[in-house]
Design a protein around this ligand. Sequence first.
Ligand code: PBG
Length: 324
Amino acid sequence: MSFPARRLRRLRKTHRLRQLVAETRLHPSDFIYPIFVSETVERPEPVPSMPDIFRYPPEEAAGEADRAFKLGIPAVLLFGTPRHKDATGSSALDREGIIPKTIRETKSLNPDGVVVTDVCLCDYTDHGHCGILKGDIVDNDATVEVLARLALSHAEAGADIVAPSDMMDGRVQAIRNALDEGGYQDVAIMSYAAKYCSAFYGPFRDAVGSAPQFGDRKSYQMDPPNAREALQEIQLDIEEGADIVMVKPALAYLDVISRVRDRFDLPLAAYNVSGEYAMAKLAAERNLADEKQLVLEILTSIKRAGADIIISYHAPQAARWLRE
Ligand code: PBG
């Protein structure tokens, strides 16, 4: 027998051969595209910490969503910054608020596009924490009650999926109950089930002005060293009624994505967060890497790890590259 009998390079010879044996394929339908909507801007305004990302007034946000849908991206994820912030995040419950308005605009322009909404109080509170405070502590059960009402108001405005990102215990069940009682049995829940307390959210907090005014989010978001705990978080959210579960951030947690994929059969989303986005953009801007190759490699790694759905600010650009 000639040596070596197996030459793995045979199948790497040409682009077509590599395509044929690719184990992971990215497609525009893998993506959810996050969009920032703001009550304080009159026209799209660039987010300084995130090159090529804008904050939009509601109508323009609907237009941006429409452009994403036309690129073959099935869903957008809406984040809202209200003009009025207070200690209890009261503007979150305004039926004419920024997010209900944007949901209706988006649906009227494009009834088929999937609208996902972020359900959390940090964009609406003046202290920047993800819930109602009791002293310096975020009060779990009081927060869960408000989150359930917030999710219901998004469902009433036409959201297809609500996505709680607060990391309170028991919120998925409270939201499921509120939606069912309100007659929204068909509105799905994508839970940020394993969301870590991460430095990679920095640019996002800049975009929505949600940096905590004191302390940090360590008492509710997960501690980075823990992976088995992530499996418990996922398990509990599934028991409480989550339809899609999420690991967030993606890149520093690919092992967690892979373990969740091995253990559970629900659709799994991974959030390629703002800091991951900004790192890639800045590296490309400084000619440290080819942007297209870098971004597609990052997105491929998230899918290869086991994510079915990738939430990414790169989504429209990646969809364009994938169609070339
Ligand atoms: C709100 C929320 C955050 C992100 C999504 N929802 C910020 C945070 O928890 O501090 C981060 C998204 C990103 O960095 O792209 N709770």
